[in-house]
Structures are given as structure tokens and as C-alpha cells.
Design a binder for this molecule. Structure first.
Ligand code: M6R
Length: 614
């Protein structure tokens, strides 16, 4: 979590750093700060609140200078307040740092530094780190780069840092372990950021630091990369970025979330473009083709993920078992990594992550690799840590997802996982050619069916208005749509702060039905294919207890219409593809309810887009 930005070059640093922070605000937004070097002194401003608040506060300092670093924070150590915000000075006031991550052993280092006379203004681990760097610099009589390298060998934890030293004003030193750090390379200028979005309009060339690498970024020189462990020289791999500016702007929508919901027809198409060749009856996926034997001979597939990606994993469990007849287990990455799981070199682990940076998912991957399993990644962010850490993988190609609530990430993950399952089913011979071709053709129709589902937006807005003041909601689904119910509930709670729970519809009688009264809205996914009659019975049970029923049904459904208070239609499709459609109205309902309640849809409280701490 947290976003870091830096600039060193010939332009004014202030606007670049501020704009960069605004683009990275999805990573954390409880406080923000900036430090600028005007050629003489460091001018620093920081505040609790958003980057917009920082922009106002920074009017109190000189905004001059072509070197600057900035930070937008998701608090770990110390409450979000002005003092705990980054950047942090060292005791001498010569060094200044921004940090994304956690220094786990900061307490013991702090004690040692305190004994040596250091004092601390904030409660943060980061202020400890900058003073450790200062102490090393002094006692070892070394330059900034060397001091950073020695100090980092004494810390345990995760970091992406940028450090500036007033006594060495032509350079910024950066380092990475666990948290992402990209360096944009322009003409006689460099940019530093947690992802490439802050510098995309200035350069397409970037270096992504690997874990345990650091770089000395010096004006007028090439960047020098070193291994933190032994100071050995490393060689930068310059990547050409594909991202464009339009993708990271709102494009006329009020919120990124709404834009991303509406992008789904395009995003799903981009996910299968070049992979799904329906006319030829082919699915091309290099990551699967090259590792087919591993999948086909797997004892089991284990899927690890968190949050929405975990819900996509649950859908995948149904798809892989139903279509490809391969046993699947789905685990929260955070549980898997700490529970001594039975995993061998005969297993395949699939890690799903939009950001590709989720700390628990990364740790689960490392554990599975240690046990010899083959690890396959399904990520959206190209070049992310998970994409690099896995043995093979498939990108979702959803384009940048900036709203904290995942929307297009979910549907594109399901699309990739469906392609994988179909390919495996066909190769295993579980599917007849006819059935296989039917799936391929149907998958090709999904983008237009998503578009059709989006047409219910006005109706959904009306329904949202009816339920916007609810305090609790239930979401029910069966089979393929049970994970969709979970996802619907997560979407509502994270952006509107209404308590919501998802259940398999049949579980109602085992407890949750006690909650139902005339105040309780129950969202039920009741599409024609997939346990329809059973779900209708569940709807009857809710109705007889006076619950309010909002049903997601297949176009033309009459039976549920008579029972439910509201129905929202989605087009008919194959059962395994229904989650790609039924999730759309649930995304929209959460969005509208959150907007009507005056919530910050794109940046809900206490959350961050990239969860790089465990
Ligand atoms: O980047 P990831 O997919 O690994 O993120 C996992 C979760 O943090 C994420 O899906 C989270 O639950 C979303 N905010 C939900 O909308």
C-alpha cells in the first residue's frame, strides 16, 4: 500500500509529483506529503488527508526545484496524522525519505538509535529507517548509496524507498524489496513511482527494480543498479510501456468504478483477443501449451487469491471441475501461507491477482515453489511482482483498474480461467468437438451480452434508491452463482459501508434465515440455467418471511417476476458463463447505492487498491 513518486531532472518537480500522487492515490489516501529541493534547502509539506489537501497546504512552502519526492499513505505504523505522514527527515535534517512497506524490526533499531542520541517525532517505522541510514553514513563515513545498502541489510520487512541527501543534491537513491518500484527514463530526467502511471505522459521507457535491488539515480548519468545484499552490480532491463494516458483518466464518467464497469465488454474482448479462435475451434494460450503436461498430470489444482480475486477463484473451481474434471481447491492466500498445506511437485498452483502485488498471494506462491509445485499466475498488471515470480501465466489484459472496488478485474479473470479450463477439457478429451465449439461461440457473444446487461442501469438506479438506507443486505446464489453472491456482498460493503453477506441459497435454512424480516433486502441470483427450481423455492421461503426480494433473472422469466419485489434481467447464456453477466447488475447496484449515500466510491475508507502488506 502507499504510493511513492519522485522526480529529478530539468522540469519543475512540484506539479509532476502532485499529479503523480493523485494517480497513485488508489494505493492509499489517508495522508500525503512532498519534499522539494530548491538548490539550497529541502522544503517539506505534509498533511493528513488527500493529495488535494496537500496541494493547499503546500502553498505555505516554496514550490521551486527540479528534484522532489512525494508520498500518499495507507497507515501501518502510527495513526494517519500530519506528523506520521511521509516524507520523513533524519535527525540532521539532511536526509529525507519516502517509504512504501513495513520495517518489521524497527522497534529494536529504534531502541539502539535512541541510545545513540537519536530522537523521533513520529510513530513510524520509516523515520527509524532514515535515521539508521544517517547513522551508517556517519559511522562508516560512506556516501548515501553505500549507507542505504548497509542499512537495508540490517532491516527485516518490505520496502520501496526513495532517499534524498542535501549533501548529494544531484541524486536520489531508491531500493526495493516486496513493494513495487518503477523508474521512468526520460531525456536528462528520471521519474520514480510505485507504478508507471505518474510518468506515462513523459516517457515510455521504464526499469522495474527486482526485489533486493537498489539504484542510484544521478542527473546526467546512467542509472546504476546494485544488489542490496552484496553491493554487486546489476544491469537494468529497460521495458517499453504499452500504457496510454486515456486508460488512466475518467473519460467523462463520474467515477473510475463506473468507467471500469462500462469497460467490461471491451475488457473481456481484449482478454480473449488472439486466444479464442472460435471459427477454427482453437484456444491459443502459450502459458498452457508449454506446460500442458503439468496441468494434465496434476494431482490437483490449488487456487490462491484474496478478495475479489478469490471469488474469481471460486468460480474457477466450478469451471475446472465441471468442464475439465480436474480437482480444485481454492484458498485464501493469507490462510494457505500459514497453515502447512499438503502440496507436492505433482500439484499446480494458480495465483490470481489484479495488481500482481498482493503480499499474501506472493507469499503463497513462494511457499508453493519451495514445495516444488508448478505455479501459474493470472494477473492484470504487466511486469508485476506476481507475474515475475510465477513459472508461467496469462495476463487478463483488462487495462488499468483504478477504482478500489474490483469490477473488470473479476470478469476478465473469469474469462481467462474459462479459456484455460476449456483448453484443458478439450486436450483431455472430456469434451466433444460439438460441445467445445458451442462454448467457444458462446464465449464470443459475452461482450455483447454484458453490454445488454448494462442497459438495466436506469432500472438499477431506481432500485438503489429504494434500498440505499438499508443497514443489512443478503446475497444468495447457487452453483456458479454462489461466488457471485459473495462478490455482490463484498462490493456493497466495501463502497457503501452497508453490512452485507453472501450465502449459498440453500444455507439460508441453517441460520441466516433468522435475519429475514420486512427490512431485509435479499438479492437472489435466479437465472434459468443452474438449480433454477431450487432457487425459486428459496425465494418462496424468503417471501413467506416478508423479506424484500431483488432477483437477477434470465430475460423473459415470468415465474420469479410474480414472486420478487424487483427483477433485473440478464441475457441467457451457458450456465458456466452466467457469472460474467449476473455480476454486472450487482456491481451497478453497489455503485449507485454508494453514490446516493455520499460515499467516496473510488477510494472507500480504510482500503487501498494494492495490498502489499500482510
Ligand atoms: O490485486 P488483487 O487482485 O490481488 O487484490 C485482491 C484484493 O485486495 C481485492 O480483490 C479487493 O478485495 C478488492 N478491493 C475488492 O473489490
Amino acid at each position: 500500500m502507499c504510493g511513492i513518486v519522485g522526480y529529478i531532472g530539468h522540469r519543475e518537480a512540484f506539479p509532476i509529483v502532485i499529479k503523480g500522487l493523485q494517480r497513485l492515490e488508489y494505493r492509499g489516501y489517508d495522508s500525503a506529503g512532498i519534499a522539494l529541493f530548491d538548490g539550497n534547502q529541502i522544503n517539506l509539506s505534509k498533511t493528513k488527508g488527500k493529495v488535494e489537501d496537500l496541494k493547499n497546504k503546500a502553498k505555505e512552502i516554496s514550490q521551486a526545484g527540479s528534484i522532489g519526492i512525494g508520498h500518499t499513505r495507507w497507515a501501518t505504523h502510527g495513526v494517519p496524522n500530519d506528523v506520521n505522514s511521509h516524507p520523513h527527515y533524519s535527525n540532521s535534517g539532511n536526509l529525507v525519505i519516502i517509504h512504501n512497506g513495513i520495517i518489521e524490526n524497527y522497534e529494536s533499531i529504534k531502541q539502539e538509535l535512541t541510545k545513540r542520541g537519536y530522537t523521533f517525532q513520529s510513530d513510524t517505522d520509516t523515520e527509524v529507517l532514515i535515521n539508521l541510514i544517517e547513522e551508517v553514513k556517519k559511522t562508516e563515513d560512506v556516501k548515501l548509496g553505500k549507507a542505504v545498502q548497509i542499512a537495508l541489510n540490517q532491516v527485516v520487512g518490505a520496502y520501496a524507498i526513495a532517499v534524498f541527501d542535501k549533501e548529494k543534491p544531484d541524486e536520489i537513491v531508491v531500493a526495493k524489496l516486496g513493494s513495487p518500484l518503477a523508474i521512468g527514463i526520460g531525456e536528462e530526467e528520471f521519474f520514480i513511482a510505485s507504478d508507471a502511471s505518474p510518468f506515462i505522459e513523459f516517457t515510455n521507457n521504464a526499469v522495474y527494480l527486482e526485489d533486493e535491488e537498489m539504484a542510484i539515480i544521478r542527473l546526467g548519468k546512467e542509472i546504476k543498479l546494485r544488489k542490496i545484499k552484496d553491493d554487486a552490480v546489476a544491469y537494468p532491463r529497460i521495458l517499453e510501456l504499452q500504457m496510454n494516458l486515456e486508460e488512466i483518466e475518467k473519460g467523462g464518467y463520474d467515477h473510475f468504478m463506473l468507467k471500469e464497469i462500462y469497460e467490461q465488454p471491451r475488457a473481456i474482448k481484449d482478454t480473449y483477443r488472439g486466444r479464442l479462435l472460435a471459427e477454427q475451434g482453437l484456444i491459443r494460450m502459450a502459458g498452457i501449451d508449454l506446460n500442458m503436461e503439468k496441468f494434465l498430470n496434476a494431482n490437483k489444482i490449488i487456487i490462491v487469491a484474496c478478495g475479489t480475486s478469490w471469488h474469481a477463484g471460486l468460480v474457477a473451481e466450478y469451471i475446472f471441475e465441471d468442464l475439465a474434471r480436474i480437482p480444485v481447491e481454492v484458498e485464501y492466500a493469507s490462510e494457505f501461507r500459514y497453515r502447512n498445506p499438503v502440496i507436492t511437485d505433482k500439484d499446480v498452483l494458480i495465483a490470481i491477482s489484479q495488481s500482481g502485488e498482493t503480499a499474501d498471494t506472493l507469499a503463497a506462491i513462494k511457499l508453493a515453489k519451495e514445495k516444488g509445485a508448478f505455479v501459474f499466475g493470472v494477473c492484470n498488471v504487466v511486469g508485476s511482482s506476481i507475474a515475475r515470480e510465477t513459472d508461467a501465466g496469462a495476463y487478463t489484459h483488462a487495462g488499468p483498474e483504478i477504482g478500489v472496488a474490483s469490477t473488470k478485474a473479476f470478469t476478465t479473470q473469469i474469462t481467462v480461467l474459462t479459456l484455460m479450463a476449456l483448453k484443458l477439457a478439450k486436450t483431455k478429451g472430456v469434451f466433444s468437438e460439438t460441445k467445445y465449439r458451442e462454448y467457444l461461440s458462446e464465449l464470443e457473444t459475452i461482450p455483447s451480452k454484458v453490454e445488454k446487461s448494462l442497459e438495466s442501469n436506469t432500472l438499477i438506479e431506481i432500485i438503489a434508491d429504494v434500498y440505499k438506507d438499508s443497514t443489512n443486505c443478503l446475497y444468495l446464489g447457487r452453483g456458479y452463482n454462489f461466488p457471485v453472491a459473495l462478490e455482490g456482498a463484498l462490493k456493497l460493503k466495501e463502497i457503501s459501508y452497508i453490512h452485507a453477506e453472501g450465502y449459498p441459497a440453500a444455507e439460508m435454512k441453517h441460520g441466516p434465515i433468522a435475519l429475514i424480516d420486512e427490512q431485509m433486502p435479499v438479492f437472489v441470483i435466479a437465472t434459468k440455467k443452474g438449480h433454477y427450481e431450487k432457487v425459486v423455492s428459496n425465494i418462496q421461503e424468503i417471501k413467506s418471511r416478508k423479506g424484500k426480494i431483488i432477483a437477477i433473472v434470465t430475460e423473459g422469466d415470468e415465474q420469479v417476476k410474480d414472486l420478487a419485489d424487483h427483477v433485473i434481467e440478464v441475457p441467457e447464456t451457458l450456465e458456466s458463463l452466467t457469472p460474467l453477466l449476473t455480476t454486472i447488475p450487482l456491481q451497478l447496484i453497489s455503485y449507485h447505492i454508494a453514490v446516493m449515500r455520499g460515499c467516496n466510491v473510488d477510494q472507500p475508507r480504510n482500503l487501498a487498491k494494492s495490498v502489499t502488506v500482510e
